[in-house]
Design a protein around this ligand. Structure first.
Ligand code: C5P
Length: 221
């Protein structure tokens, strides 16, 4: 039996991965499926929260009873998250946001020219949405949660990132070619700004989601 311990709360969850267009047919993207974010949205709704799910390029069915806002790029994701975060008790950034986007968008399809080397792709930095939400805190006590995929020195890099981003909780998982992306299961450590460290053993993405909401609910009290 699920306790409605998030009743009366509004939570915002981002999910999926941004796509940064080069021209009308090409983009820079990543392998995020959105499954972890959707699991967070489903479990929060089951615990009584009003949930806004900001979904970037996912191919998953809308969870029942959740407001879904669809976006494509990091800039669109930022707009949607900031709008929803204005009245939210918690913001969980599970989306994989591209750190950079092409500096130029070509209105027509980029063509290859015979006997010519390819042009390098110039990139510009995308806004760091998590850091911005954490710095802005739309309301006092708003709980801000980030995710970090690391390939090495997972805990040390996670601690540094938690500080740099200014969030309350950071879910750190180890990624590799066959780990996490698109998988049904996950394994992580949740780091708290208060110094806490909560290991979540290998298991369904739902289980990690429940642990995240347990830690968020603790911070509401
Ligand atoms: O810095 P890094 O990309 O590893 O940080 C990951 C966390 O920051 C995730 O929670 C992601 O949603 C968020 N992020 C963001 N805006 C960016 C890059 C990452 O909100 N431009």
């Amino acid at each position: 039996v699920t306790e409605p311990d998030l009743a009366g709360r509004h939570v915002v969850v981002s999910a999926g991965g941004t796509r940064e267009p080069l021209d009308p047919v090409r983009f820079l993207g990543n392998r995020s499926s959105g499954k972890q974010g959707y699991a967070l949205a489903r479990t929060a709704a089951a615990r009584g929260a009003r949930v806004t799910l900001i979904a970037a390029n996912t191919a998953l069915p809308d969870p029942a009873g959740v407001d879904v806002v669809r976006v494509g790029t990091a800039v669109e994701l930022r707009e949607a998250v900031l709008r929803a975060a204005a009245g939210a008790d918690a913001v969980v950034m599970a989306a994989a946001v591209a750190d950079f986007r092409p500096a130029v968008y070509a209105a027509g399809k980029i063509k290859k020219k015979d006997d010519q080397d390819p042009e390098p792709i110039a990139l510009v930095r995308n806004p760091d949405i998590l850091a911005e939400v954490a710095a802005g805190r739309a309301r006092p006590g708003q709980v801000v949660v980030g995710f970090a995929a690391e390939t090495d020195d997972v805990l040390a890099n996670g601690r540094a990132k938690l500080k740099r981003k200014g969030c309350d909780l950071l879910v750190v998982n180890e990624v590799g070619e066959r780990k996490t992306f698109g998988a049904e299961e996950n394994e992580a450590v949740v780091l708290g700004a208060d110094g806490s460290e909560t290991p979540v053993p290998h298991g369904p993405k739902e289980a990690l989601a429940e642990t995240v909401w347990d830690l968020v609910a603790d911070r509401f009290r």
